[in-house]
Write a protein that binds this ligand. Structure first.
Ligand code: GDP
Length: 211
């Protein structure tokens, strides 16, 4: 089967914080988005495993980072906690944000970020913040505009262009596509992005070379 590595994802562990993640070696790709953006559905669509992203969705509960390994265990998919859930206490929101920022900032094995946004509500403040954090460390971001089946083809295309335009100065770092887990549309564009990131060798961490 083509692209079967994503069909061989298995759950490794959940981590409440970055320090509980597996060793920072190998290569990982993280999936992030506001809660309800369609992240679990997209991960299920990608891997074919229904229960894969059955994350704890109870509002207010500690949200965990879920780690999945691919057949080659040095390759990981990271399901980051959904952000922006309205009913969560401000302090908990703050903690999630710090956790996400910390993960994006320090994780050396992270090769790219898949950022999911409902195509009807793209680029909310927290989404832009995630993108900015990624840009700060030159981490590529591939944006999935989810639930594209909710819009016409014309509306879908114009939203993709509108989001692309926001980051037109950073074409090497930011890419955008429409996606529908419901219709299974967009996997053909997503898979080559993941493949390329997993295939890339890790660049040495120049920030620690003085030691
Ligand atoms: P998460 O909170 O980001 O993990 O989002 P979920 O994957 O749980 O999806 C949130 C809601 O959006 C659910 O009601 C899904 O059924 C719905 N949803 C997710 N993906 C799609 C899609 O591609 N099309 C449509 N129409 N609805 C979707």
């Amino acid at each position: 089967m083509k692209h079967s590595i994503y069909h061989q994802a298995t759950f490794l562990k959940s981590a409440a914080k970055v320090s509980q993640l597996p060793d920072d070696s190998g290569t990982e790709i993280a999936f992030a988005g506001r809660s309800n953006a369609g992240k679990s559905s997209a991960l299920n669509c990608l891997t074919g495993i229904r229960q894969l992203a059955r994350t704890s969705k109870t509002p207010g509960r500690t949200q965990l980072i879920n780690v999945f390994t691919l057949q080659n265990t040095a390759h990981r998919l990271i399901d980051l906690p959904g952000y922006g859930y309205a009913k969560v206490a401000q302090q908990v929101k703050q903690e999630w944000q710090e956790n996400l920022a910390h993960y994006l900032n320090v994780r050396q094995s992270l090769r790219g970020l898949i950022l999911l946004m409902d195509i009807r509500h793209p680029l909310k403040d927290l989404d832009k913040m995630m993108i900015d954090w990624a840009i700060q460390r030159a981490l590529p971001v591939h944006i999935l505009l989810t639930k594209a089946d909710k819009l016409s083809r014309g509306q879908t295309q114009s939203t993709v262009l509108q989001v692309e335009k926001q980051y037109a100065l950073l074409p090497d770092l930011i890419s955008v596509q429409a996606f529908s887990s419901l219709k299974k549309h967009g996997l053909d564009t997503l898979l080559p992005v993941l493949d390329a990131w997993f295939a890339e060798p890790l660049t040495p961490d120049v920030s620690h070379t003085s030691e």
